[in-house]
Every structure is written in structure tokens, then in C-alpha cells.
Design a binder for this molecule. Structure first.
Ligand code: ADP
Length: 523
């Protein structure tokens, strides 16, 4: 034991050292090590232990120790567990002393005395500081006071560490949310300098975080077309709050130039963040890629104009022929009447077909599937009949059939599959304006039946090959604009094949023709 006059000085030195360690933000283990060393020296003890309470459970476990071997830790933990699991609502002094004696015993039978101090912060129990002595002596009030002062320091350090860990965890969680968010996020300073961007933002703008952070947002968000006032102007015009008002946000939409020179369509919502004094500290920008939405809107517009044109043309023809026939001042001879009625019938058929397509497409979209009426279907025979019909409609094209003699039948919806075959043949003719051979054929394996329609027409660029199956999608081009169509045919074809648990695809080389092929399961 230290001589009496040294006592307060040493205690003060230790406390100073520990509080320095805490303010220097040394890690918790280091602070606890210092607390233990001071406690052991000041109370002339041999062993010191700090046990801390778990975050979620009530259990105490040894977190730091001095003067004993690591292999004692499990025994101590077991004893500490008994302390918590006892039926005692509050530990009684006797119970605690009994447990402390058992712990001393477990560490080293030579230890004969133990003193425990609670570590509490704001009335919250955080753990225990225990010192063990190898001799019995009176535990003086000053011993208790000294230990308590060290325990208090330890409690502050533990509390700090827990806060730090909680903040860290929160930060990691936020960072994960930011990183995995499908929306782009950009965090700006009040002067619009970029503080942080996430992965989705990198993908949308082509900027890497290392290059973008620190730049002014205008260097990264370079609008080439914009529908609304931008952030900088909004701030100057007082349309974006610099002080806490009602939490107003700003939405800006348009096209930006990406770092790689390409264009991206973005919608950005800027939201201000204020500190407790109501001062603007950060601006959070939520960035959406609106290209899809734009494309869908464009497609819808194109569709409406195409469909109204497509619907109007036959109606105008029918109306024209009917009014002509209806003239009371003219006697039409029988041949003219017959011809006119044939045109009216043909146009009415086209109209009905178009309406059917539109209804079928909207039904598929609404129900999300196609209902099938199954029977035995011979696709080879269906193809032969279709070829016979279609060859009467065109002089420029020649047709070829290519099926093995033992081509099997399948279970399918006859009417819908006929629609598929007709559609593929119609397209093959429409999109090979210079004629050529159209081959319809099939192969089969044990499990599947394959079917294809090959033409020698204009072909389809690689980038468009998947998109042509989308609803209303038509390739932008000279030929398509001159050709009648709604962009619904292949959408319906794919929906019908998918409903048969099959797959349809296309192989094509622009200028060299296309082959549409599908496969259906045999069972
Ligand atoms: P539509 O023919 O009414 O426009 P489809 O859905 O049948 O609609 O076809 C979508 C688009 O795919 C067409 O507009 C056309 O550009 C392209 N396409 C379809 N079939 C062929 C083909 N055999 N050869 C070249 N392009 C094709």
C-alpha cells in the first residue's frame, strides 16, 4: 500500500491519465487497461477485472483484466452469469459477496478479498469493476471512494465507446442504404459542393465518386435540356430555402450530358436539411433515371397517332365507297357494285382485325396471361395452308416449306397459333419489300418442337432485336413508317408462345433478312 501522503497525489495523477486517454479517444481496451492498473495500484490489489453488460442481453462478460491469466476468463464469465441469472431481484450484499468469493477462488485460491464497484452512466448499469486482494484488510471509505472514481471514469469510456459504436453502426447502415438504393443520391454542401454520391448516381452520370466529390454540382450535373429552373437559380431567386421554413423541395427534370458524352434523362429532387438553429447544412439530391418513363410516354404518343391513323384509313375508305354507292343520281352497274362491296368488306375485315389486336393486347396486359383452348395442332399443315393463302397476296415473294415428314403434332391453341404463324408471315412479307424467298419450316427433338419463318428482307439491328417484342414498339425507320402496323403483332406473338410455355426469338443481320423461331414443349 502507498504511504498516506502520496495517496491523493497518485489518485489525481491516475485520474488525469485516464481522462486524457478518454479525451484522446484511445480505444476502449486501452482505457480499461489504464483504469485497471490505477485501481489495482491504488487499492494494493493483485487482480482487477472489468465486466461489461451485453448490448442486448443482461449478461456480464469479462472485457478487460490485469494480474491473471486469460484461461480464467471462462470460469469468471460463468460466475458472472450466475450473478445475473439468480432469482434475486436486486443483488443482496451477502449474495454478491458469496459470488465474489467464488470468483476469487476460481482465479486463484490465494485471493482472499474482493471489492466490486458498479459502472453506471446516467443511472444505467453498464458493468462492474472488481479488484481482488491476496490479503484480508479493512476496506476503507477512501478505498471505496477511489475505486468509485475509477469506475466512473471507466463508465464514461464505456458509454463513449457504445455511443461511438452506435453512431458507426448507424453510419454503416445509412451507407448501405445509400449504396444499394436504386435511386441516385448526391449530398451537397450549402454552397453546392458535392460531399458524397452513391453507386446508382455513378451509373446514371458516368462520374466516379473519387472524381466528383469536391466539385461544384454544376460541373457534374450539366443540363443540355431542362424543363424547370435549376438549383443555383432557384437559390438565388429565393425559391429554395436557405433557412428553415416549411421543408420545401425542388424538382428539376431534363437531360444531362454524362461524363462519357452520352445523354441521360434525369429527374432530381433536392431536399434541404437544417441544423437545430434552422440553418441550411446539407442538400440531399434524389436522382431518378426517367429514360424508361420518357420512352413509354413517347411510345404511347406514337401508338395513339398510329392507331388513330390505322383506324381512320379503313373507316374513310368504307365511308367513301358506301357514299358513292349510295348516290341517288347514279345507276351503278353490277360489276362496280360488287367490286365496291368487296373493298368495303376487306376494309371492314382489316378494321375488325385491328380492333381484335388492340383488345387482345389490352386483355393480356390487364389479366397478365392468355387463356388457351387446347387441341392437337399440326404446325406443318398450318404453315402449308398459310403459305397457300399468303402466296396469293404477293407476286414478289417465293415461298418454301421445310418440315421433316415425321414432324409431330403438339398440344396447343389452334386459333392462337394460327395467329402467330400469320403474324410472322405478314411481317416477313412486309419487311422484305424487294421480295426474296420466305421459308417456313420446323425441326423437333424428344422434348420440343421448333418452328421458324425466315425472310431475306431488311433485317433488324442487334440493339432492336429484343425491343421489337415490346408493346407498340416499331423500329424507327423509313420502311416501318411507310408500312402499316401498330407494333402489337410481335407483342401478341410472344404472349401466345409464352402462354404455351414456349420461347420465341429472332436472329437477324441487317440487310440480309431475319429468322423468327419459336420452340414449344411436346408434352
Ligand atoms: P408492326 O409490324 O405492326 O409494326 P410488330 O410487333 O409485328 O408490329 O413488329 C414490330 C417491329 O419489328 C416492326 O415495326 C418492324 O420494324 C420489326 N419487324 C418485325 N418483323 C420483322 C421482319 N421480319 N424483318 C424486319 N423487321 C421486322
Amino acid at each position: 500500500m502507498l504511504s498516506l501522503p502520496d495517496y491523493p497525489v497518485r489518485q489525481r495523477d491516475f485520474l488525469l491519465e485516464i481522462s486524457r486517454a478518454i479525451t484522446a479517444q484511445l480505444d476502449l481496451s486501452e482505457v480499461l487497461r489504464r483504469v485497471l492498473r490505477a485501481s489495482v495500484v491504488m487499492t494494493a490489489a493483485r487482480v482487477g477485472v472489468v465486466a461489461l453488460r451485453g448490448e442486448s442481453d443482461e449478461q456480464f462478460t469479462v472485457r478487460a483484466f490485469t494480474g491473471m491469466q486469460q484461461d480464467r476468463v471462462p470460469v469468471l464469465n460463468a460466475k458472472l452469469l450466475e450473478l445475473v441469472n439468480s432469482d434475486q431481484a436486486e443483488f443482496s450484499v451477502e449474495f454478491l459477496n458469496a459470488k465474489l468469493r467464488e470468483m476469487s477462488e476460481a482465479i486463484d485460491p490465494a485471493l482472499v478479498q474482493a471489492v466490486a464497484m458498479p459502472l453506471t452512466f446516467a443511472d444505467k448499469p453498464l458493468g462492474l469493476l472488481i479488484v481482488f486482494r491476496s490479503y484480508q484488510s479493512l476496506i476503507s471509505p477512501s478505498d471505496v471512494q477511489i475505486l468509485q472514481s475509477f469506475a466512473d471514469q471507466a463508465a464514461i469510456a464505456v458509454h463513449n465507446a457504445q455511443l461511438y459504436e452506435a453512431i458507426n453502426q448507424e453510419r454503416r447502415r445509412l451507407e448501405a442504404i445509400l449504396d444499394y438504393s436504386g435511386d441516385g443520391v448526391m449530398i451537397l454542401s450549402p454552397h453546392l459542393l458535392i460531399l458524397q454520391i452513391n453507386r446508382a448516381f455513378e451509373q446514371m452520370t458516368g462520374w466516379k465518386s473519387v472524381d466528383a466529390v469536391g466539385l461544384h454540382q454544376d460541373e457534374v450535373i450539366q443540363w443540355v435540356r431542362r424543363d424547370q429552373i435549376d438549383l443555383q437559380d432557384a437559390m438565388s431567386a429565393g425559391l429554395f430555402p436557405k433557412r428553415q421554413p416549411n421543408g420545401r423541395t425542388l424538382y428539376v427534370e431534363g437531360d444531362i450530358q454524362r461524363r462519357d458524352g452520352l445523354t441521360a434523362s434525369l429527374g432530381i429532387t433536392y431536399a434541404p436539411l437544417f441544423n437545430e438553429d434552422g440553418k441550411l447544412t446539407t442538400i440531399i439530391a434524389n436522382v431518378r433515371d426517367i429514360a424508361h418513363y420518357r420512352r413509354a410516354q413517347e411510345m404511347q404518343n406514337v401508338f395513339i397517332s398510329t392507331v388513330s391513323h390505322e383506324l381512320r384509313t379503313p373507316v374513310a375508305i368504307i365511308k367513301g365507297y358506301a357514299s358513292t354507292l349510295n348516290r341517288s343520281d347514279v345507276e351503278w352497274d353490277a360489276a362496280v357494285v360488287r367490286e365496291s362491296v368487296a373493298v368495303i368488306e376487306e376494309e371492314a375485315d382489316r378494321l375488325a382485325e385491328l380492333i381484335d389486336d388492340l383488345l387482345a393486347a389490352s386483355k393480356i396486359q390487364a389479366e397478365n396471361n392468355v387463356r388457351l383452348t387446347l387441341s392437337d395442332v399440326r404446325l406443318d399443315q398450318m404453315a402449308a395452308r398459310a403459305v397457300e393463302r399468303f402466296s396469293k397476296q404477293t407476286q414478289r415473294h417465293t415461298f418454301a416449306l421445310s418440315f421433316p415428314a415425321d414432324y409431330p403434332s403438339i398440344q396447343g391453341d389452334e386459333k392462337l397459333l394460327r395467329q402467330v404463324v400469320d403474324n410472322l408471315l405478314t411481317n416477313a412479307i412486309k419487311y422484305s419489300p424487294n421480295g426474296g424467298t420466305i421459308t417456313v419450316g420446323g425441326r423437333f427433338s424428344e422434348t420440343t418442337v421448333n418452328f421458324f419463318v425466315r425472310d431475306e428482307g431488311v433485317g433488324i439491328p442487334e440493339a432492336e432485336q429484343q425491343r421489337i417484342f415490346e408493346r407498340f414498339y416499331r423500329i424507327d425507320g423509313n420502311l416501318t413508317s411507310k408500312t402499316k402496323g401498330t407494333g402489337l403483332g410481335l407483342y401478341l406473338v410472344r404472349a401466345i408462345i409464352t402462354a404455351h410455355r414456349g420461347e420465341i426469338n429472332v436472329k437477324s443481320q441487317p440487310g440480309h433478312g431475319s429468322t423468327f423461331y419459336f420452340s414449344l414443349p411436346r408434352d
